[in-house]
Ligand binder design. Structure first.
Ligand SMILES: Cc1cc2nc3c(=O)[nH]c(=O)nc-3n(C[C@H](O)[C@H](O)[C@H](O)COP(=O)(O)OP(=O)(O)OC[C@H]3O[C@@H](n4cnc5c(N)ncnc54)[C@H](O)[C@@H]3O)c2cc1C
Length: 398
């Protein structure tokens, strides 16, 4: 699949806007059904988010994919496509292309040689399927016609029977993320659920901001709870607040003004250990330092002093202090925004789209796939799996 400057023809069976994960998957699969397929993207390169994903190694799927790993206003919406395209099918594709991968914690699969291999695989598949790709193409207007759509673009007008919107979400604007898909949805009367950054660090205002800044770079294994959802993974302290896998997971559920709760000791009975410290007359600071590093221990004890009181502490006081360590409640000021987010929550309302075909219920021939929809996965390869599964399902009907 070579990048073209113009279109080979004026009419296509299928035009897909967005040469990202979902768009390329859909293009190849529709091409294999002998549909003529054109993919348009305004970016100079295809699939820019795949290239930077997973720290450049692309966490392309997960061994354990369940509907519970997704956030969607209608939690049933994801079931059909995910069931019809399990991660094992994508893994087979990766293996067929000779791409080496490794399994990391929580069933996450990453390439070992780099995310570019996944892009190359998708482009090769699209090429074999006879798909045309035009990059750097601005879509100026979309109009519905009798039995199809007309697109006015910077490369001229072009027509199709089925129009697939695969323009993704709003995260990472520097990679040409746009709200084009939401605008098209609104143009055709579909509801759009308000977007907000997801899988994103959380930031704090003073005095917590300075408190965290002094510990920037420190990583702790914690359990974090937000809106009843619990995750246990690493928390990384940053100059603005907190990040790391556990924070990204929780950020999908956090709302401004709401607290998050951190258990600094998910693996031990803190009350029992504090009682033991008291009985043995051992210093709290040393015990804390062994568990959570000296710098964190010092900063914590400055904020929540207790060492002097330990020897005479009542059971209730010990319990209260243990609770503070296991139910540390913080109120983040905000997320770090779309520039630092991996995904956006919200998007095209799934109530307006078929979960089987991804066609707009009130607008025949118009389809929405991937992250542009109000579907957001947890961290762990779930967002790509959604792109593959929705792209594949849509490709069967366009
Ligand atoms: C830093 C980072 C790391 C990530 N790591 C992972 C990971 O390891 N695993 C995982 O599962 N997910 C990861 N994600 C999320 C994942 O990249 C997305 O969920 C996924 O790419 C969504 O696929 P999509 O095809 O819907 O959209 P995208 O892949 O974003 O593709 C959308 C395409 O549409 C094009 N487009 C947008 N607007 C227009 C327009 N107006 N006209 C024409 N074209 C347009 C864009 O240029 C882009 O090529 C990561 C995201 C980021 C930002």
């Amino acid at each position: 699949m070579t990048d073209q400057l113009g279109f080979n023809q004026k009419h296509y069976d299928v035009i897909i806007i967005g040469a990202g994960a979902a768009g390329l998957m859909c293009a190849a699969q529709a091409g294999y059904r002998a549909r003529s397929v054109l993919v348009l993207d305004h970016a100079p390169k295809a699939a820019a988010k795949i290239r930077i994903s997973g720290g450049g190694k692309c966490n392309f799927t997960n061994l354990d994919v369940k509907p519970e790993h997704y956030i969607c206003t209608n939690p049933h919406f994801v079931k059909s496509a995910l069931a019809r395209y399990p991660s094992s099918v994508f893994i087979e594709l990766v293996e067929r292309h000779g791409i080496d991968y490794e399994q990391r914690a929580h069933g996450q699969l990453f390439t070992t040689q780099g995310a570019g291999q996944i892009i190359q695989m998708l482009r090769t598949e699209a090429d074999w399927a006879g798909v045309e790709l035009v990059l750097g193409c601005q879509i100026q207007r979309v109009s519905a016609l009798e039995g199809g759509y007309a697109l006015a673009t910077s490369q001229g007008d072009v027509y199709c029977q089925s129009l697939v919107i695969a323009t993704g979400g709003l995260a990472y604007p520097k990679l040409k993320a746009s709200n084009f898909g939401m605008q098209i949805a609104q143009q055709f009367g579909l509801n759009v659920i308000k977007s907000q950054p997801g899988l994103v660090p959380l930031v704090f205002k003073s005095p917590w901001k300075e408190w965290f800044a002094n510990l920037a770079g420190l990583s702790l294994e914690v359990e974090m709870t937000c809106q009843g959802k619990v995750f246990r993974e690493a928390m990384l302290i940053t100059h603005q607040g907190i990040s790391g896998p556990v924070v990204l997971q929780v950020s999908n559920y956090w709302q401004p003004g709401r607290p998050i709760m951190i258990n600094l000791f998910p693996q031990c009975d803190v009350y029992a250990e504090l009682k033991q410290l008291k009985a043995q007359n051992r210093p709290l600071a040393k015990w804390l330092a062994q568990k959570v590093t000296k710098s964190f221990s010092q900063a914590w004890l400055q904020k929540y002093p207790f060492d002097n009181a330990l020897a005479t502490a009542t059971d209730q006081a010990l319990q209260d202090y243990a609770r503070n360590l296991t139910h540390w409640t913080l109120y983040p000021e905000d997320t770090a925004g779309y520039n630092k987010a991996e995904v956006s929550l919200g998007g095209v309302d799934t109530d307006a789209v078929s979960s089987k075909t991804f066609e707009a219920l009130q607008q025949p021939g118009l389809y929405f796939i991937g992250e542009v929809l109000d579907v957001t996965g947890h961290l762990g390869g779930y967002n790509f799996q959604w792109a593959w599964a929705s792209g594949q399902a849509c490709a069967q009907v366009v």
